[in-house]
Design a protein around this ligand. Structure first.
Ligand code: BES
Ligand code: ZN
Ligand code: ZN
Length: 470
């Protein structure tokens, strides 16, 4: 499906179907008010009414603001794709909502069909967006930007959605290598011998029972004279069985998504390099598989991490923080960044705390939290801050090592996981670091907003929005 911005009035565009966004207030003034009324269409947000004979799809919206347009466009595109028409047209409602319109169409129309023997054949070929009464030159860059970010989000979704027997840590390495070739990025990969030289024993322990070697991937995008340097760190558990602290059968299903942080970070650096932003971006990924076996790491093990901090393992299912401990430590040596952001499907507790629709944000800088929350409102990705405190920090105390990988009480589990990571952030970097727990938002089994079944690509739109405005 192609989506094109055209410098024409909507009436001058030749297409099978016209798309119209309409609010409750506008309903009575519509030319089709009578038919819409008799069809029982009330212009509720995310409802559609397809007038086949008139060749119009009406899409209900609460307002013409970005969040409502994005969500309504996502509902509309599914209806349109299930028809046999080949083209549709819609007018660019406003400069401020054009990006959301593109995102709604691309992300809401996303399908992952790689494993279907007979995927549904989509007939829809073209969607034209009419610049209408707004100057084309002001819309074009917004359109191109939204397309790059939406496609990067789909790139992330595609990797997360692939099955774990196919995407293992070594596959992640090949995917990163290909992205680096395609987008002229630098790529450095440490295989297990390299990890051992770096003394990344926490990360190595997690991957030891897997038949696939663990790897650290470092991609960099380096424009000339960058304004800022950013390090992005991603949890890349290509499968999380829980290890010897085995997950119950029903909780294990969907754990291919435990690589979503890594895949988000890949999507972000892809987008940033295509947007040609003048900031240097480094992506660090800990690619590991958490399995069981005779060689598996165990509850009671004490690991000496790269930073020399010793860690008592009390639960092998709290593996993401062990991998991130070493990758964060490595990243702080490799690059002197202005900001360090990590993305991880880290805790079920984050989902309990905030629900499935909101990413948990943790860190020490109020200003960073504020700026990132702003990017959240601008991009329509919901984020909420979870506050650190000294009492929760004490729950990570270990009797025999420097820190335990599991808090002694389950309450506040997302925050204690964030506080565990904090232990590996150096004093001079405390205010530069933010942790994003995307356990709830990275994957969904029930479609919502512009997210369809499976991976959502959460984090990509948010970070692109933040970095664009740096
Ligand atoms: N990958 C999981 C967290 C997760 C759970 C992500 C559900 C997405 C959906 C993580 O490695 C994990 O298992 N965390 C444990 C930590 C606990 C053992 C302290 C959890 O959340 O139960
Ligand atoms: Zn786990
Ligand atoms: Zn995990």
């Amino acid at each position: 499906m192609n989506i094109k911005l055209v410098e024409k009035k909507i009436s001058d565009i030749d297409a099978d179907i016209k798309i119209e966004f309409i609010s409750k207030d506008e309903l009575s003034e519509s030319e089709e008010a009578e038919i819409l009324n008799s069809a029982g269409f009330k212009a509720e947000q995310d409802t559609t009414c397809f007038l086949y004979e008139k060749r119009v799809i009406f899409c209900g919206v609460d307002s013409k603001k970005s969040d409502d347009i994005r969500s309504a466009a996502a509902a509309m595109i599914k209806v349109l794709k299930s028809s046999n028409y080949t083209s549709a047209k819609v007018s660019a409602i406003s400069k401020s909502s054009l990006g959301a319109l593109v995102e709604g169409i691309v992300l809401g129309g996303y399908e992952f069909n790689e494993y279907k023997s007979e995927p549904k054949k989509a007939t829809l070929e073209n969607i034209f967006i009419a610049a209408q009464d707004i100057e084309f030159a002001t819309l074009e860059p917004i359109f191109n930007e939204a397309l790059i970010i939406s496609n990067a989000t789909c790139f992330t979704r595609d990797i997360v959605n692939r099955a774990p027997q196919e995407v293992n840590p070594q596959t992640l390495c090949s995917i990163a290598q290909k992205l680096s070739d395609d987008n002229s990025l630098e790529c450095e990969i440490l295989q297990e011998d390299g990890l051992a030289k770096e003394k990344m024993n926490a990360m190595l322990a997690v991957g030891r029972a897997s038949i696939h070697g663990s790897a650290l991937i470092h991609l960099s995008y380096k424009p000339a004279n960058p304004k800022k340097i950013i390090s992005l760190v991603g949890k890349g558990l290509t499968y999380d069985s829980g290890g010897l602290s085995l997950k119950p059968a029903t909780s294990m299903v969907t754990m291919k998504m435990d690589k979503a942080g890594a895949c988000a970070v890949l999507g972000m650096i892809k987008a940033v390099s295509e947007l040609k932003l003048d900031i240097e971006v480094h992506a660090f990924i800990g690619a590991v598989e958490n399995m069981v076996g005779g060689d598996a790491y165990k509850p009671d093990d004490v690991l000496v991490s790269r930073s020399k901090t010793t860690i008592e393992v009390r639960n092998t299912d709290a593996e993401g923080r062990l991998v991130l401990a070493d990758v964060l430590d490595y990243a702080q040596d490799a690059v002197n960044a202005d900001y360090i952001f990590d993305f991880a499907t880290l805790t079920g507790a984050c989902m309990i705390a905030l629900g499935q629709y909101t990413t948990g944000l943790m860190g020490h800088s109020h200003k960073l939290k504020h700026d990132i929350s702003r990017a959240g409102s601008d991009t329509g990705e919901m984020i909420s801050s979870l506050p650190f405190n000294k009492h929760l920090k004490k729950l990570l105390k270990s009797e025999i090592a420097d820190i335990s990988n599991t808090a002694s009480k389950p309450y506040g589990g997302a925050i204690t996981a964030g506080l565990f990571l904090d232990k590996f952030i150096r004093e001079e970097n405390k205010k530069k670091w933010m942790h994003f727990d995307i356990a709830g938002t990275a994957y969904t089994e029930t479609p919502w907003d512009c997210n369809v079944y499976g991976a959502t690509g959460s984090g990509v739109r948010l970070m692109c929005g933040y970095l664009k405005n740096l």
